[in-house]
Design a binder for this molecule. Structure first.
Ligand code: HEM
Length: 264
């Protein structure tokens, strides 16, 4: 069994302070491990960037961009901190069609939802590892389910290019952090622990990626997910673009556009 790293903060599991959490399993996990403030409040840019770059080896450029997104969630713009529940704000980073949370229309877009998560995990069946094909199918099946639920409620599902990129970006992120960023696989056991318990599976043998997870790793995984699909054309039309090539071109320009930095 692998031990947590020697610089892992001391944790007194008998103490539980009132805490806020977010729709993101990773920043929740970092707070649960006391790597971010355990109460989830008043997180500074420096704290978040340090946690992301040192504990989970996220490239510092991406860590800065994510953190700037989180800071925008603070309604008090004179503050340079954020609380974890401030990133619940719909349309900033939070979006419909999550893998483990319900859509905003349900009234709760932030708490872990076991039923939804199990419906997603069913795609992986008895496999021990995720693959890009299955992860891509899991996302698409979730899109189909959310669309149906919105139609039944007479509501419009918000799922365009931005939501598509964030969604695929999140699947790329968990794959890169928990598994093999080149192969696009990760152990199902780690994935369950990460989502269900919101912790990093140190004691099951997980180690942070050997090298930082960069934008080029993310592009590799996002395009891998996109091209692994049996339903590429249907998704291209859902996000308002005619062909997979058009989606690929739009994703590339979105990832390179400066506006990307202000929201993701
Ligand atoms: C400051 C850094 C970060 C912020 C502010 C942030 C914020 C968010 C937010 C608001 C969501 C909800 C999106 C939705 O509606 O589905 C989300 C989802 C997610 N985040 Fe993060 N995130 C951060 C970093 C990370 C990192 C480094 C990872 C790496 C694994 C990660 C993994 C995920 C995953 C897998 C989801 C999808 C959850 C789901 O679909 O149920 N996040 N994040």
């Amino acid at each position: 069994m692998a031990a947590p790293p020697s610089d892992h903060p001391e944790i007194d599991w008998t103490k539980w302070e009132p805490a806020v959490r977010s729709p993101c399993p990773m920043i929740n996990a970092l707070a649960n491990h006391h790597i971010l403030p355990h109460n989830g409040r008043d997180i500074t840019k420096e704290q978040a960037v340090k946690a992301l770059t040192t504990s989970i080896k996220l490239d510092s450029g991406i860590a800065n961009i994510f953190t700037l997104g989180a800071l925008q969630g603070n309604p008090d713009h004179s503050k340079h901190t954020f609380d974890l529940d401030m990133v619940d704000k719909h349309g900033l980073i939070e979006h419909d069609v999550s893998l483990s949370r319900d859509d905003l229309m349900s009234g709760n877009n932030h708490s872990f939802n076991k039923e939804i998560f199990e419906s997603v995990m069913a795609t992986y069946g008895d496999n021990k590892e995720t693959t890009l094909e299955l992860a891509s199918k899991a996302r698409y099946d979730r899109l189909t389910a959310c669309k149906k639920a919105h139609e039944a409620a007479g509501k419009h599902l918000e799922y365009g290019l931005k939501e598509f990129i964030f969604s695929y970006g999140e699947t790329a992120l968990f794959t890169a952090m928990l598994g093999d960023k080149k192969e696009g696989t990760c152990p199902i056991e780690y994935l369950r622990i990460f989502f269900e318990e919101e912790r990093l599976p140190y004691k099951e043998g997980w180690k942070p990626p050997a090298s930082p997870v960069t934008q080029s790793d993310m592009n590799h995984l996002i395009f891998g997910l996109l091209t692994a699909k049996a339903h590429k054309a249907a998704e291209a039309s859902q996000v308002g673009l005619g062909t997979v090539q058009a989606v690929q071109a739009a994703v590339t320009s979105f990832l390179h556009a400066p506006s990307f930095c202000t929201i993701m």
